[in-house]
Design a protein around this ligand. Structure first.
Ligand SMILES: Cc1cc2nc3c(=O)[nH]c(=O)nc-3n(C[C@H](O)[C@H](O)[C@H](O)COP(=O)(O)O)c2cc1C
Length: 176
């Protein structure tokens, strides 16, 4: 089947090498818009997306994530990406983690669709449970008790994406 959406869903890969060039506002906004159209439980649009392009704040987030990881060899968990996307959500509500995860999925698939590379980087929860994280949220005018669900490295890929590993055999069960 020749379908661009299906092609993107199948061929998006996590990218861990980025060009230094900053993501253009046009590409960034296309990705962010796609994020806002993810389905959310009861349609309440619970998540918040923060797009960080300021180099000092990118460096701060890189350090915060590495500090949670506590692995000195992982000095740059965002792999030098020039942009970091954050998906945060109020803890109470219908389905916070599910909502934020679907937003993150839309963001990463849209990134692929406009020629960007992305990679979900774990530990957003601990980053924004910390006092430093809460301080950032306040600085950005957001509630400081939001839960960090997804953090995403974003940039133009430097080199080819790795091939997908084969899908496990019993991934799908079809009945009928
Ligand atoms: C919840 C979650 C957390 C992840 N955390 C990290 C991470 O901390 N660092 C990283 O390099 N990749 C991380 N990844 C990316 C996965 O390693 C990647 O999606 C997986 O290996 C499959 O590869 P693909 O995305 O290219 O299909 C994470 C992915 C998910 C969904």
């Amino acid at each position: 089947m020749n379908n661009q959406v299906l092609e993107a869903l199948e061929n998006r890969r996590s990218i861990r090498r980025f060009k230094a060039e900053q993501v253009s506002k046009e590409d960034l906004r296309a990705v962010l818009k796609a994020g806002t159209y993810a389905p959310t439980a009861a349609g309440v649009q619970a998540p918040y997306i923060v797009a960080v392009q300021d180099p000092d704040t990118v460096a701060q987030l890189d350090k915060m994530n590495a500090a949670v990881l506590d692995m000195p060899q992982m000095a740059h968990p965002y792999y030098g990406a020039p942009t970091i996307l954050l998906v945060l959500v109020p803890r109470e509500g219908h389905a916070p983690v599910e909502d934020a995860s679907l937003v993150a999925g839309n963001l990463m698939n849209a990134a692929y669709a406009v020629g960007l590379g992305s990679c979900w980087i774990h530990r957003g929860r601990q980053m924004f449970d910390s006092e430093e994280g809460k301080e950032l949220l306040r600085k950005w005018g957001l509630p400081d008790d939001l839960m960090g669900v997804a953090t995403i490295a974003l940039g133009y890929p430097d080199g080819d994406a790795p091939a997908a590993v084969p899908r496990k055999e019993n991934y799908i069960t079809e009945i009928g």
